[in-house]
Write a protein that binds this ligand. Structure first.
Ligand code: PLA
Length: 413
């Protein structure tokens, strides 16, 4: 006979049901939907033309090499991670001939993908930096304010996007950062700004650099899409190299989730460009004290894969070609969606779809229109109207265009 479960009072009775994450929750809802026509363009995850998750061939090759190398073991990595990986990551973002690297002013540590790298950097700043405020763009990736807040920094914002022009509000950005106190931390998206797909031009970056350096602020770059914006790793590192090359200090969080397709492997790095070699050494000793009680040491596998690709000329070249292919496919999806909307005569100017850069299109769809599209068409989009172009294919573009057309023509804004 089965005994009745005993219901005892819980110490957690007072807990409220927490809301789903606005991005990850979209994938959860998508997974539960039984519809055969469902489409997930919420989370930024690259899909191949067949709509399937994509593992680059170089990653498979690197994994095979690692598997066959019987000299490899499973011992703990150092607290700062795989030294081959961190060295190669720093070169990838700062460039082979980077003065900061040559002067040994950079401390790079392996962290848990982009999120973990930003978090470790934020924890470090909350503990050791004189100013406890970070300025983030409006809008920005939804996790940014939370990461900095839980680390103990005060989060303030600066103007970034102009919803009328669907472009950068450069004047607003300069105005807000000018009005901010000297010395504060400023979060910048290195390229392919999420969610807007709007990046400053080279000249605008120089203007931002002048302002930030003039006010002795600390730039903190989130670089989650190197190679995904233009298809070119060097081009996409322009903003970071500009700041790292001017002799000043900056932080850079790198993620290999998107550009190497290593999402769930959690591969990333935090680089702290310091004023001198001796400061960089002390910074490294202190960042270890942050990491050790958090997760002790980072995982081995993903960083070994990335290091194998980055450190082998043949694999590296193959990866570059693959990146170009992924970026080109995304650009093609932009063109197709734009054409499909124009062909339907969908009201509005949709040229921003082809102008925006990177993985996402910030469509301008309202919350209500998104809810309508998800409800009627089983197409999953984040509520801010951001569509992951990397989740589309030649086959699914017309379906999305149709859904957008009907939503825009029937749902009041
Ligand atoms: N920074 C930005 C700007 C991002 O868009 C993301 C991921 C990250 C950092 C962190 O990625 P990582 O920790 O996996 O390296 N943004 C995704 C996924 C792709 C997510 O929200 O977690 C997005 O759909 O916005």
């Amino acid at each position: 006979m089965e005994s009745e479960p005993i219901s005892s009072p819980s110490a957690f009775q007072h807990l409220m049901q927490a809301p789903e994450d606005p991005i990850i929750g979209v994938t959860t809802a998508f997974s539960k939907d039984p519809s055969p026509v469902k489409l997930n363009v919420g989370v930024g995850a690259y899909r191949c033309e067949e709509g399937k998750p994509y593992v680059p061939q170089v990653v498979r090759e690197a994994e095979l090499r690692l598997l066959n190398d019987l000299s490899r073991n499973k011992e703990y990595l150092p607290i700062t991670g795989n030294p081959q990986f961190t060295g190669l990551s720093a070169k990838l973002i700062f460039g082979e001939d980077s003065p900061a690297l040559n002067q040994k002013r950079v401390c790079t540590v392996q962290c848990l993908s982009g999120t973990g790298s930003i978090r470790v950097g934020a924890e470090f700043l909350a503990k050791h930096y004189a100013h406890k405020t970070v300025y983030i763009p409006i809008p920005t990736w939804g996790n940014h304010p939370t990461i900095f807040t839980v680390a103990g920094l005060e989060v303030k914002s600066y103007t970034y996007y102009d919803s009328n022009t669907r472009g950068l509000d450069y004047e607003g950005l300069l105005r807000d950062l000018n009005a901010a106190p000297s010395g504060v931390v400023v979060l910048l998206h290195a390229c392919a700004h999420n969610p807007t797909g709007v990046d400053p031009t080279a000249d605008q970056w120089k203007g931002i650099q002048k302002l930030i350096r003039g006010k002795n602020m600390l730039p903190f770059f989130d670089c989650a899409y190197q190679g995904f914006a233009s298809g070119n790793l060097i081009k996409d590192a322009f903003s970071v190299r500009l700041f790292a090359g001017d002799g000043g200090e900056c932080f850079v969080a790198q993620s290999y989730a998107k550009n190497m397709g290593l999402y769930g492997e959690r591969v990333g790095a935090l680089s702290m460009v310091c004023g001198s070699e001796s400061v960089a050494k002390r910074v490294e000793s202190q960042v270890k004290l942050i990491i050790r009680p958090l997760y002790s040491t980072p995982p081995i596998h993903g960083a070994a894969v990335a290091a194998t690709v980055l450190g082998d000329r043949e694999l590296f070249n193959e990866w570059k070609a693959d990146l170009q292919g992924m970026a080109d496919r995304i650009i093609h999806m932009r063109q197709l969606l734009h054409e499909a909307l124009k062909a339907r005569g969908t009201p509005g100017d949709w040229s921003h779809i082809i102008k925006q850069i990177g993985m996402f299109s910030f469509t301008g769809l309202t919350k209500e229109q998104v809810a309508f599209i998800t409800d009627k068409f089983h197409i999953y989009i984040t509520f801010d109207g951001r569509v992951s172009m990397a989740g589309l294919s030649v086959k699914t573009v017309p379906y999305l265009a149709e859904a957008i057309h009907i939503a825009v023509t029937t749902v009041l804004e």
